[in-house]
Ligand binder design. Structure first.
Ligand SMILES: [Zn+2]
Length: 85
């Protein structure tokens, strides 16, 4: 009986350690993918950025540009009246 209990506890112990390693690995992978999404060095290699206009606010010229290659966002204030002159 003692041997059986030892085996069960060992199995639980191995399972717990394995689960912890799995959780930590998942967190690291998750953080890494977030880091890649939110402006890491790989993104900085995207030059020149090719911006597309995401939206434009006519009243004050506020324009959100998004790079179609890496997804980098840039907010600008563009005076479109200057084109019409
Ligand atoms: Zn880019």
């Amino acid at each position: 009986m003692v041997e059986l209990a030892k085996t069960i506890f060992m199995a639980i112990g191995i399972f717990t350690v394995g689960l912890m390693i799995y959780v930590v690995a998942c967190e690291i992978i998750d953080k890494f993918s977030k880091w890649r999404k939110n402006g890491c060095k790989i993104k900085c290699l995207c030059k020149p950025h090719v911006y597309e206009i995401e939206w434009h606010w006519v009243n004050d010229g506020e324009t959100l540009l998004v790079c179609k290659k890496c997804g980098k966002k840039k907010k600008l204030f563009i005076d479109f009246d200057s084109f019409r002159k």
